[in-house]
Design a protein around this ligand. Structure first.
Ligand SMILES: NC(=O)C1=CN([C@@H]2O[C@H](COP(=O)(O)OP(=O)(O)OC[C@H]3O[C@@H](n4cnc5c(N)ncnc54)[C@H](O)[C@@H]3O)[C@@H](O)[C@H]2O)C=CC1
Ligand SMILES: Nc1nc(O)c(N)c(N[C@@H]2O[C@H](COP(=O)(O)O)[C@@H](O)[C@H]2O)n1
Length: 257
């Protein structure tokens, strides 16, 4: 496993314009992930896949220390059993981001997960799990190892069967809980959905690894978009900047609306 090392002064200067700034109503949202040249983020559903080299891994940990929270979907915690803490040299407990898992139907069995173990050992903050308000068995808001937030599903009445949570409501809830910045790391479903909500995303930082994962991989692909009856690009980065980190390229920008 590669070591997380300190970034160069030039790497840090490159990232600076994309770091969180204070916002009033909503948290600052950074969307960041590592992609192959064929637009994939893992070899197959459910398979943890390393795409970032040691320099871009260090970059991810550098970014984590500037965020109050790291958000992933339930597909990612089940596939990866991640740590989601900040291992950048010098990072202590206080810069640790809080892990957030979007798990609408409470299907993640988290008791023996790394996230819970790290939090119990004082090496990470207590995870926050986000569920739909109706149709799931409710736990205490704090069950000792995780906190649980129950939010109305989109288009919800008490009889609704929807599992879809509204991103604006989730972000407002995070802000209400004191989180001013959220780093969204994946997986494919979460990233693809957010690429269609450009107004909610403040920074995008994508690592491009010089490899093709091949057929059957998990692809980032936002839903198609139409304007005036015509098919148009689904999403686009503006104000882009590139830099090489080891063998990888890092592309930063902001989503156009
Ligand atoms: N290369 C990279 O940077 C990363 C790769 N990954 C990979 O991605 C793969 C996992 O991707 P996915 O299976 O797509 O899982 P995912 O992590 O995107 O989670 C998908 C699930 O999240 C929930 N969800 C998402 N949006 C929701 C919403 N608006 N409302 C309610 N629930 C919502 C749903 O239950 C959905 O099934 C894994 O193989 C993992 O290794 C994950 C993160 C980063
Ligand atoms: N930036 C990046 N590069 C990769 O190659 C990856 N596979 C990921 N995955 C994301 O990072 C999480 C793992 O974090 P820990 O090292 O366990 O703290 C994983 O769950 C994905 O969110 N990211």
């Amino acid at each position: 496993m590669s070591k997380v090392t300190v970034l160069s002064v030039d790497d840090i200067a490159f990232l600076e314009p994309y770091l969180p700034r204070s916002k009033d109503e909503l948290p600052f949202v950074t969307l960041t992930y590592a992609s192959s040249l064929d637009g994939m983020i893992s070899l197959a559903p459910g398979l943890r896949t390393t795409l970032s080299g040691s320099a871009t891994k260090s970059m991810t940990h550098y970014l984590r220390q500037y965020h109050d929270a790291i958000l992933v979907g339930v597909g990612t915690v089940i596939a990866d059993d991640p740590s989601l803490n900040c291992r950048y040299p010098g990072a202590d407990f206080e810069p640790q981001p809080r892990p957030i898992v979007v798990d609408p139907r409470a299907r993640w069995d988290y008791e023996s997960s790394k996230l819970v173990q790290l939090s119990l050992q004082g090496k990470g903050k207590k995870p926050l799990l986000v569920h739909v308000a109706h149709g799931v068995e409710r736990k205490n808001q704090d069950d000792g190892v995780c906190e649980h937030a129950y939010l109305p599903a989109e288009g919800e009445g008490p009889d609704s069967n929807s599992s879809s949570l509204d991103w604006m409501s989730m972000l407002m809830e995070f802000k209400r809980r004191g989180m001013d910045s959220v780093m969204i790391e994946g997986g494919a479903t979460i990233i693809s959905a957010l690429l269609r909500r450009p107004e909610l995303i403040d920074s995008v930082i994508v690592t491009l690894a010089p490899t093709w994962l091949g057929a059957g991989g998990v692809t980032v692909q936002p839903a198609e978009r139409h304007e005036g009856g015509e098919r148009v690009n689904a999403a686009r980065l503006m104000g882009t900047a590139w830099r090489q980190f080891g063998d990888d390229a890092v592309l930063c920008g902001r989503l156009g609306t």
